[in-house]
Design a protein around this ligand. Sequence first.
Ligand code: AMP
Length: 398
Amino acid sequence: MTSFSSYNFNGKKAIVRVDFNVPLSKETLKITDDKRMRAALPTIKKILSDGGAVVLISHLGRPKNGPESTFSLKHLCTHLEKISEAKVNFTPDCIGIEAENAAENLKTGEILLVENVRFYKEETNGDLPFAKQLSRLGDCFVNDAFGTAHRAHASTTHIASYFKSENKMCGLLMNAEIESAKKVMEETKRPFTAIVGGAKVSDKVLIVENLMKKADHIIIGGGMAYTFKKALGGNIGNSLCEDERIETCKKILENACEKGVQIHLPVDSIIANEFSKEAKTALKSSAEIPDGWMGLDIGPEAAVEFAAIIKASKTVLWNGPMGVFEMVAFENGTRSIANAVAEATQNGAYSLIGGGDSAAAAKQFDVVSQISHVSTGGGALLEYFEGKVLPGVAAIGQ
Ligand code: AMP
């Protein structure tokens, strides 16, 4: 396994697969959040300061049939130049003679950004000849795109097979993500509490099942909690429910009992008469929600109970909000959890927050700087905690 930090990039052209899938304003095509670009800067800067040059490969959005100007990476060039403080060159194709020449002529200290790799269906198909063409753009390969590490695409996975093991490695962002996930799953300090929330049980079944192998406590909140409540015989009114998952929920609860894992469901809920910020609201037991009403947040008793468990933990993983935190009336549960995770961290716990919505919640409640690690990966992080091998990481041999 090659270490990025000790690799000398002097005189090398390094292909770096980054995740520059940033949101752009529909009207102006200006970047509205550059977090993903900034996250790759330490890797880029280390290569440049060693005396190397960087060839960046990324996707942007989900183009359907070849090139679409709204998904062009050229919209990122000016901003990349500003934040990297390096000259940024651009080629309107990611493979072929023009890209290869531009890479060949790239000077030390410069960056070449090639056009959106998903303009070719060969990228998502994991096409080997296409991956081989991409590999011609540099002498070594660095994967720093944790956000796409769960995809066996040409530029995230197969490209690595065209480099010797000493010339392929994970970048700093990728390493930080993997180390953090390993701290939770492999170097677990106990008690370990996993908090799982969000809308659907079906999206989180695998993660809950896998976490049962490790966690001491699993806190379940958000819309997904109501299918569990119904499985236990509660009345959940019009709350989110996946009837076809009721049996799965029952099995999870049974397995947890056998394994000695404590599953915690919200005893009370903030309920609403419609899914709206203007809805009438009330506080009710989560098992006694009247018809026509729906649970949109955990209640204050559940929040206090959950916070106490979190604060007594030494490892905390959080994926998925406790309620519809985007609306002020239903944000309190998620805020309490965010504060409890921050407090546990101040008391020496290791905390990892991951998944788009939980990361957004951590930001909304201003606790990001108090968390051990806020992951940039949504799907990749989920798949790691589901116990799956991430092809992008496996291809590097890590
Ligand atoms: P996910 O992407 O599965 O993590 O789900 C996140 C979304 O779940 C957020 O947009 C929340 O607004 C939503 N959500 C959380 N709790 C509830 C709930 N009780 N009812 C409906 N939606 C919810």
